[in-house]
Ligand binder design. Sequence first.
Ligand code: NAP
Length: 270
Amino acid sequence: MKVFGLMGESLSHSLSPIIHKYVYEMLHIEASYSLYQVQPAMLEAAVQGVRALNLRGVNVTIPYKIKVMEFLDDISIEAKKIGAVNTILNDGNTLTGYNTDYFGFGRMLDRYNINPTGKTAVILGSGGAAKSVTAYLLDNGVSELYIVSREPKKVAASSKYKVITYEHLAFINQGALLVNCTPIGMFPCLDAAPISKHDTAKFEAVIDLIYNPLNTLLMNQAIEMRIPAYNGLYMLVSQAIASIEIWYGIAIDEGIVDEVYNKLILYLDN
Ligand code: NAP
């Protein structure tokens, strides 16, 4: 029996245990997944605990995705680009940090037949999720990338993307891909959207990383104009599955991701 879990500061609303439970059941894996609420001063001790107890791996979430990197032996290519880790693999006492939001986002794009190659993409927000989405889109051939921030001067400059304000959205050409990486529209603030319906109209497809609610106001603005819109639940399931792939060194096929996703929708409906 392997023991996995999630390290973070406040974890009471996490869907990770239920997602992992579904995957373990479907793959007949004997494993458990616990929530570890870690105080900031105990983070290093918690990571050393992974070694001491010889756990195969853990996930890491807010607010430790950056800080935890100091205590690891190695950082994967995608996690280095992003500057944050959400999955630790313990392989013979060597701890390596990965970022499975990157892989989860990619799997979601594939699932919805969205190919970013040669496209213009616009990311709302400049936090942790935005960094994973930025790295994935740049690695997968977007022709132009815009990061929209309330405070563009605070966002790291790069020749690979442009940082703009919400006012500058007016100058983006028709037909880009929009990815909302802000928390605007998340439960309980259901009647808020990060951009107006007028600004939403120019996008070819809208992805909202939010999954609670399953249909945000931003998505509804898009759907009313017949623009395809998708929430972040498939990404959430896929990033969890990517962690399991790393811990077990296996590839988990699309059918399992879909089955877990469908079970989770039923669970959230009840
Ligand atoms: P974060 O690190 O706090 O970043 C959020 C960013 O949104 C901030 O950096 C900020 O960018 C912008 N923002 C924050 N408050 C805002 C406001 N009141 N108005 C406008 N913009 C605001 O959070 P995160 O971890 O990136 O998560 C962002 C969202 O993605 C959350 O809803 C989270 O649940 C979701 N998410 C989903 C998945 C998934 O698997 N589906 C994975 C990760 C995150 P500026 O200061 O530059 O404007």
